[in-house]
Design a protein around this ligand. Sequence first.
Ligand code: MF3
Ligand code: CO
Ligand code: CO
Length: 282
Amino acid sequence: MKRRWVVAKGQPVTEMDKKVLAAQKAGHTVPSRNLILTEEQIDGVRKSGVVNTALLDMIGSEIKEGVSTEHLDDLIYQFTKDHGGIPADLGYEGFPKSSCISIDNVVCHGIPSPDAILKNGQIVNVDVTTILNGYYADASRMFVVGGTTTPEKQRLVDVTLECLQIGAAAAKPYSFTGDIGFAIQCHAQKNGYSVVRELCGHGVGLKFHEDPEVPHYGKPKTGMLLVPGMVFTIEPMINMGKREVHFDQLDKWTVTTRDGLPSAQWENTFVMTEEGLEVLTH
Ligand code: MF3
Ligand code: CO
Ligand code: CO
């Protein structure tokens, strides 16, 4: 059964079992055992993460004024193939490209296009997921076209990265997804920003999107228990203005801010260990 922890008959009860069973008894949501990856599986995600990170490094040096997001997407497709991987985005639920490239007021899921030409001062999120030997690694970064932008947009980019880091630091073994969301929401709001609620981090590794759902807002000690061996993303989308978003009805993908103000996002794939989170995408 999903989201229930059972110790099979005849199996020894481990320290992990005791902790999860106690949380379950106390009424918390706990993962099912299939969300705990083996060392071998974690290593597979780590190797996929190495390619995904090299991909983001490569794309970083290609971002400049005058380049179309479609050209960047072509480079992403080719690099992934050349490294023995598959871009997970391509064909995922009908998505037409190998990456999501989201500029300024686009929150996420921007579709690369020959008509989207980068201009100096824009803030751009490139979100890529690599499948290598069946293992998924998902990460995104912000880039500033031309290297400089307004102080307001630069601060949004910087604080959003801090939100990811602070969220990751809040994820202790046997803490909860809500502890991550709470930490992120506090930091964003303290800086005068808002947190997008419609899209969340997610379990990843063996599939693209999997339990747990990792909201970037919330309350401590709520949501799913975080057990060593779980692999998931944290990917806060932080708006300069109001948190409301709009889903494009025509292309079915592009998410924008309702108020037209900029939004930023950073994402990494992590594995929970007995010591805390380890990042698999850097
Ligand atoms: N990479 C996105 C995420 O962080 C998902 C993109 S799905 C796509 O979960 F279809 F738009 F590519
Ligand atoms: Co993701
Ligand atoms: Co992503």
